[in-house]
Design a protein around this ligand. Structure first.
Ligand SMILES: Cc1cc2nc3c(=O)[nH]c(=O)nc-3n(C[C@H](O)[C@H](O)[C@H](O)COP(=O)(O)OP(=O)(O)OC[C@H]3O[C@@H](n4cnc5c(N)ncnc54)[C@H](O)[C@@H]3O)c2cc1C
Length: 392
């Protein structure tokens, strides 16, 4: 151990203490895998995780994503038993509304999700109106409804996972930035940080939007682009009740209740490129008005809700909007877990599990994650689900 507390050696170095890095640390520590060092250039949850709208839903068009979401939901539901902390999962129900011409894809995806064990049902406009009397539904033919879904909290998830990993002996170094990888003869040997070097035979990068520059010396360029997003937090208008969370392709917004008297509205659209170290910390008022106007077409009571504040953040987006999970093709012992494209929160408990299986057993067995291989774009194998939506 050096004077600044940095261990000189570890068995596993995890870069990034967002929901992903913390979940991987938790799962490795659970299996008593060895000496784990988690490094964050800032602090746990300081990246996208702490800014996340944190919707939890099972609705995906690619089956492994549904499987990962289902495993994660169980962990959110049983957080106290599994992680030993109270947790912050709120079950509100979730509704997916697609474009009018996409009802057939919706039906196929719901059938696939049911087959995988999701509690989801197709509901028509009238059934949805009974559930959500305040919603304006003239343009909705069919929707998918998940009674068990809801939302969580990225800060809580990152910090709880990390706390349990540390209780099991993992070292956590905040304010420690990895500046490059130590590589010899195509094999990882550790990382160089702004506090000194740490040596380890296995390094996992869970570095979100900061991943690409870090990989410059590896001979592998992760295809991740950073996208700026804005979210409005409103005070509920009089008589507005907390309802189901919703992703709505027609208005290109998503929304959910936030605690008891607040409401959160987010946007499908973002702007690229954006520097994750230098982006507006407050949303533009004009942009928020536009987002709320669109969401108010679905939920007219939003027109009289007062905007309390906004949240901004950065998505790390890949060409097929799915994460890069697995070994880095050019460097043995280096693993990548990034590129979650605005959907990582809800998958994070399962991602830590499958990454720990891949690292320790050579293969993820709970869910096959080979389709998410970081090399898939070079190999011309982007993920394309059978019934994808236009805006998936
Ligand atoms: C506004 C917003 C809304 C979202 N809404 C949802 C949602 O509703 N549902 C959902 O499922 N997902 C949502 N997401 C996406 C989800 O939050 C992310 O996919 C997830 O948090 C990514 O976690 P992560 O651990 O990969 O990355 P991050 O949380 O970004 O963590 C990366 C960490 O790595 C550290 N780091 C980076 N580089 C280095 C380095 N060189 N050395 C040391 N440390 C480093 C950073 O400091 C950071 O703490 C949203 C994201 C945003 C921004």
């Amino acid at each position: 151990m050096s004077a600044n507390g940095l261990p000189k050696n570890a068995d596993f170095i995890i870069l990034g203490a967002g929901v992903m890095g913390a979940s991987i640390a938790f799962h490795l520590a659970r299996r008593s895998a060895g000496r784990i060092a988690v490094l964050d250039k800032d602090h746990a949850g300081s990246g996208g995780s702490g800014r996340s709208s944190a919707l939890v839903r099972m609705h995906y068009s690619f089956p492994p994503e549904v499987q990962l979401a289902l495993i994660s939901l169980k962990v959110f539901q049983h957080w106290r038993d599994i992680v030993g902390e109270p947790g912050e999962f709120r079950k509100t129900g979730f509704v997916r509304i697609v474009h009018p011409g996409e009802s057939e894809a919706l039906k196929r995806n719901v059938a696939m999700q049911k087959e995988l064990g999701a509690n989801v049902q197709l509901i028509d406009r009238h059934q949805l109106q009974d559930l959500e009397p305040d919603w304006q539904l003239d343009d909705v033919e069919l929707a998918a409804y998940e009674p068990d879904s809801g939302y969580g909290d990225g800060n809580v998830v990152a910090n709880d996972f990390l706390r349990r990993a540390r209780d099991s002996g993992a070292a956590y170094l905040s304010k420690t930035r990895a500046t490059s990888f130590l590589i010899e003869a195509g094999r990882i040997r550790g990382v160089r940080t702004d506090q000194g070097d740490i040596h380890a035979p296995t390094v996992i990068a869970a570095t979100g939007p900061w991943t690409r520059p870090l990989f410059q010396s590896t001979g592998f360029d992760p295809p991740i682009e950073n996208e700026f997003h804005q979210v409005a937090i409103l005070k509920n208008a009089p008589s507005m009740k907390p309802g189901a969370a919703c992703i709505d392709s027609v208005t290109a917004t998503y929304f959910r209740s936030d605690a008891n008297d607040k409401f959160l509205v987010g946007d499908f659209y973002g702007s690229r490129p954006i520097d994750p170290d230098n982006f507006p910390q407050r949303p533009s008022e004009t942009d928020l008005e536009g987002i709320i106007d669109r969401a108010a077409r679905r939920l007219p009571k939003l027109e009289s809700a007062e905007v309390m504040r906004g949240v901004t953040g950065v998505y790390d987006v890949t060409p097929d909007s799915r994460p890069l999970l697995g070994t880095v093709p050019t460097v043995e012992g280096l693993f990548l877990c990034a590129g979650f494209s605005g959907m990582g929160f809800k998958l994070s408990p399962a991602i830590g599990l499958v990454m720990s299986e891949l690292i320790l057993d050579g293969k993820a067995t709970t869910v096959d994650i080979t389709p998410f291989s970081p090399a898939r774009f070079q190999e011309d194998r982007p993920i394309k689900a059978d019934f994808e939506y236009k805006d998936d």
